[in-house]
Ligand binder design. Structure first.
Ligand code: PRT
Ligand code: MG
Length: 218
């Protein structure tokens, strides 16, 4: 009998964009997470199941063996640290970027030039700390868990570091993107022990995912 394979996904864009890759590996999830309240979803493969966790919890589940593998944004992975995770594949899905944004009436360039201390609100404190340290800009980081866009509008911060995809959210809140820190896509992460113990089942899965990945357009 083959061991059960548990795949950790978050609801929303990661789940939706992972489905075609699963299909390419012959895996079909049998329930719609938007309709079901179940947190463990069966698939058409009796030995493969999907567990639904918060996006930020995917690396933790895989690191500690609550799941054998998972799909997570590079942003989440950097903040987690990636320890104990094998990262074999950039799936090139859920693409966006991490950027610095400010109020349209805030002169970011001259604040940076003058060496002002910037108050930066973000969920991505590791990414922000490294980025501003490399630029030699002094920052006070304010950790938030959501709605970062509100911080400059209420005077909580001068700038935010957040994910941007279309830019519509920034625009709707009169914020402007002033620096692009890095491009983001989602990665496959695998528990290192599982990779050894379940490799007969995992290897063909990883190979099928690798074949199904759409390369980044030139
Ligand atoms: O939403 P929740 O608090 O439950 O968790 P989460 O935000 O961590 O999860 P989710 O599902 O929203 O995002 C999961 C992953 O998708 C992220 O870690 C990113 O790697 C990736 N991703 C890709 C995005 C976006 N694009 C994105 N646009 N994650 C979030 N956004 C948000 C962004 O934070 C901003 O509020 O969408 C808004 C901006 O979108 P535009 O199109 O208006 O620019
Ligand atoms: Mg979200």
């Amino acid at each position: 009998m083959s061991p059960t394979i548990t795949l950790a996904l978050s609801k929303g864009r990661i789940f939706d964009e992972t489905l075609p890759l699963l299909a390419a590996a012959g895996i079909e999830v049998l329930e719609d997470p938007e309709k079901s309240r179940k947190l463990i979803l069966p698939t058409n493969q009796p030995d493969v199941r999907v567990v639904l966790v918060r996006a930020t919890d995917v690396p933790t589940y895989v690191e500690h063996g609550g799941a054998d593998l998972g799909v997570t944004g590079k942003d989440t992975l950097i903040e987690h640290g990636g320890q104990g995770l094998y990262q074999p594949l950039d799936l090139n899905i859920a693409r966006c970027r991490v950027s610095v944004a400010v109020r349209a009436d805030f002169d970011y360039a001259s604040a940076v030039r003058q060496g002002s201390r910037l108050r930066v609100a973000t969920k991505y404190t590791s990414i922000a700390r490294d980025f501003f340290a490399a630029k030699g800009v002094h920052v006070d980081l304010i950790k938030l868990y959501g709605s970062m866009e509100l911080a400059p509008l209420t005077g909580l911060a001068d700038a935010i570091v957040d994910l941007v995809s279309t830019g519509n959210t920034l625009k709707a809140n009169q914020l402007v993107e002033v620096e692009r820190i890095m491009d983001i896509s989602s990665r496959l992460v695998v528990n290192q022990a599982a990779l050894k113990l379940k490799q007969a089942r995992l290897r063909p899965l990883l190979d099928a995912f690798a074949k199904a990945v759409t390369p980044i357009p030139a």
